[in-house]
Design a protein around this ligand. Structure first.
Ligand code: ZN
Length: 191
């Protein structure tokens, strides 16, 4: 089922997510619906806040990407078709030593807006899967960037918060326009 995507500047995007504690059929259904919504929007990641739920949960699917990245889950490298879409609950991210990279990020809650964000290249992520089982993911490149972007959402942090002031200044008119559209849409009576 497709879910409506919450756009900037709706308040739920700024809410820190509650821990996921119920690993049940409802969470599975949410993961399926979020993955479908993400695919339809041509995204590679979607956080629960973006469909209006402030919980520590996101989905990622790196398969459509042709960027370079590497990954290991619990010390092995499963084929992407086996581990994607990847559902991540309660992630804890640690940046590992190494370079930082700059990349023009987009976000399904900011349609049409893309701008440079600097992030560490290699991270370790402790998370739980849909059964509540704990895993350790180590990843680099766009995979790492995507997990960092989504995990930020779970804490109410948006990619504009990670941009240099100069970059935010450049996209200010687009942000203002988007805020206006979001406000106007909120005022429309539900059909
Ligand atoms: Zn986003």
């Amino acid at each position: 089922m497709l879910l409506p995507i919450v756009r900037f500047n709706q308040p739920v995007l700024r809410k820190k997510g509650a821990q996921v504690t119920a690993f049940n059929a409802a969470l599975r259904k949410l993961a399926d619906d979020m993955a479908e919504t993400m695919r339809t929007g041509d995204g590679i990641g979607l956080a629960a806040q973006q469909i209006g739920q402030a919980i520590q949960f996101c989905v990622i699917d790196m398969r459509p990407s042709d960027a370079e990245f590497d990954w290991e889950i619990d010390g092995r490298k499963p084929p992407l078709d086996l581990c994607m879409p990847l559902a991540i609950a309660n992630p804890k991210i640690t940046a590992l030593p190494g370079k930082e990279t700059t990349y023009e990020e987009g976000c399904l809650s900011f349609p049409g807006i893309h701008a440079d964000v600097v992030r560490p290249d290699t991270i370790r992520v402790e998370y739980q899967d849909l059964d509540g089982t704990a895993h350790t993911l180590v990843c680099t490149g766009l995979f790492s960037r995507c997990v960092q972007h989504e995990a930020d959402h779970l804490n109410g942090v948006l990619f504009i918060d990670r941009m240099a002031k100069r970059v935010v200044a450049e996209i200010k008119p687009e942000l203002k326009e988007l805020e206006k559209e979001t406000k106007a849409a909120a005022k429309k009576p539900a059909k």
